[in-house]
Design a protein around this ligand. Structure first.
Ligand SMILES: [Zn+2]
Length: 487
């Protein structure tokens, strides 16, 4: 009995000691440092960090230099960069978008319209034809009774919330809508959000385009009031047209008595080199050092247009990138000796569809079974509480992080989900337990030009980074064993 008590005492003291030192390390993570990194990553100089662009490489070089200064190991002893190839596009001047009726009206890039990241180029002036949701399948053809040859089509950016005869509509991503438009002979595509949505989406910067070949016609996302100006002579508003289509489930396509002028140049490349930035802190335990914790965030955002506007992406995801750097810095500066190894990753090409995380998940420098857990940080600088995503698929990992949180800032909401999420998804799909750190309130500046440092909540940002650090520390210290995913 005495012996057991003694043991318990030792265990308790050890625990208190290590918990205190862990808290001490975590307290070194400051919002000042975090915001400084965000400020740089979201500055005009980095031009919105579109994967593969000069601005993105500046961000990647910056991270690599920080890793060098921290003395972290390189991947395969050669470079912090893991190279791969992605589809790439640049949007150049001359840029012009005008309404032409009895009068001419010029629209403003970034306010009235933005280009979709993978827009094609062109210099056109033509009639505009409204084609509803822009769908053309045998069961539902919004192109059936209109002639769009050499014209510009105006279509809803999303798909209907209803179905016809249980048929699934094709993808609602711009590439598919542009492909359908071009196949019918159209020379340009104007996409507009749904006016009857509760909070209709404003024009956003986006490089999420869908799979397939490049469709070389201009593709714009225009604001709802601008679409209404094109519709003016039809006597109907966009809202009325959406209601009519949705209530009858039948096309209301028509030629509008208005022309548009669109001009834009692009530099499209089917394959361009980009990089994940990766560093490693080796573990110290003979048995466990071959096992890894991966902590990552995506470094890329949605770029710039015509040298005129850019998307800063302070919360999305300069915040997560800064957090990963700060966590790496805390480990390295304090020379924290963990049993397992830690891999720090800044992913490329999340914004076009998780290509960077997918590439790493398929090209890990060690067997997949050696990855104990993957933690992802995406949009962690805004709001008042956080969600630890994927808890339903990796409940033990979720419980571990929640327990740490309950002893610290108490930020986590009860809800979670299953199936990964963002850059955690490719790892989840190969059986690696993952957690996705993200703030709860949907971010009002997401993919807008207003996603700037000053909109962030420094206190929350600091606390969520500390929580991710403490979670990484415990996993790396062997306090978690890889669990089988709950399906
Ligand atoms: Zn994003």
């Amino acid at each position: 009995m005495k012996k057991y008590l003694f043991l318990i005492c030792i265990l308790a003291t050890n625990f208190v000691f290590s918990q205190n030192s862990a808290k001490n390390y975590a307290s070194q993570i400051s919002s000042e440092n975090l915001l400084k990194t965000v400020e740089y990553l979201s500055s005009p100089e980095l031009e919105g960090r579109f994967s593969g662009s000069e601005g993105f490489y500046k961000a990647a070089e910056f991270m690599a230099k920080e890793f060098t200064n921290l003395g972290l190991n390189k991947l395969k002893d050669e470079s912090y960069f893991q190279k791969f190839f992605v589809e790439y596009n640049e949007i150049h001047q001359p840029i012009e978008f005008k309404l032409i009726t009895d009068v001419e009206k010029e629209y403003e890039l970034g306010k009235d319209f933005v280009f979709r990241g993978f827009t094609g180029e062109g210099n056109i002036q033509s009639e505009v034809v409204f084609v509803g949701y822009g769908i053309s399948i045998p069961e539902y053809d919004e192109y059936a009774n209109v002639d769009v040859k050499d014209k510009i089509v105006l279509a809803f950016k999303f798909n209907p919330s209803w179905k016809i005869e249980n048929v699934n509509f094709p993808s609602d991503l711009p590439r598919e809508k542009a492909r359908v438009a071009k196949n019918h002979g159209a020379k340009g595509l104007l996409l507009v959000s749904l006016p009857n949505d509760k909070n209709p989406q404003k024009t956003i910067g986006s490089v999420m385009h869908g799979k397939g070949e490049q469709v070389n016609i201009p593709q714009l996302h225009i604001d709802i009031p601008i679409a209404d100006e094109f519709l003016f002579k039809s006597g109907k508003t966009l809202k009325q047209l959406q209601s009519e289509i949705d209530s009858t489930k039948s096309p209301k396509s028509m030629e509008l008595q208005a022309k548009a002028k669109i001009q834009v140049k692009t530099n499209y490349q089917k394959e361009k080199e980009t990089v994940n930035v990766i560093s490693i802190l080796p573990g110290k335990d003979e048995k466990l050092k071959d096992e890894f914790v991966i902590i990552g965030a995506h470094l890329d955002h949605v770029g710039e247009q015509g040298g005129k506007i850019y998307f800063p992406g302070a919360n999305d995801n300069a915040s997560g990138s800064a957090a990963v750097l700060e966590i790496a810095r805390t480990f390295a500066k304090n020379n924290i000796q963990t049993k397992r190894s830690i891999m720090f990753v800044l992913f490329a090409s999340e914004e076009s569809g998780l290509e960077g995380s997918e590439f790493l998940s398929k090209n890990l420098p060690f067997p997949n079974e050696k990855v104990v857990a993957m933690l992802n940080m995406d949009c962690v600088g805004y709001g008042d509480s956080i969600q630890l995503g994927n808890g339903k698929s990796a409940p033990k990992l979720w419980e571990l992080s929640k327990l740490i949180d309950s002893e610290n800032a108490k930020l986590t909401v009860k809800n979670t989900w299953s199936g990964g999420g963002a850059d955690a998804s490719p790892f989840h799909q190969i059986g690696i337990p993952s957690l996705y750190f993200v703030t709860t309130n949907s971010y009002t500046h997401l993919h807008y030009m207003t996603d700037k440092t000053e909109t962030l909540n420094p206190k929350l940002f600091e606390e969520i980074t500390r929580l991710a650090f403490l979670t990484t520390l415990q996993i790396a210290d062997g306090k978690y064993t890889r669990e089988s995913l709950v399906q």
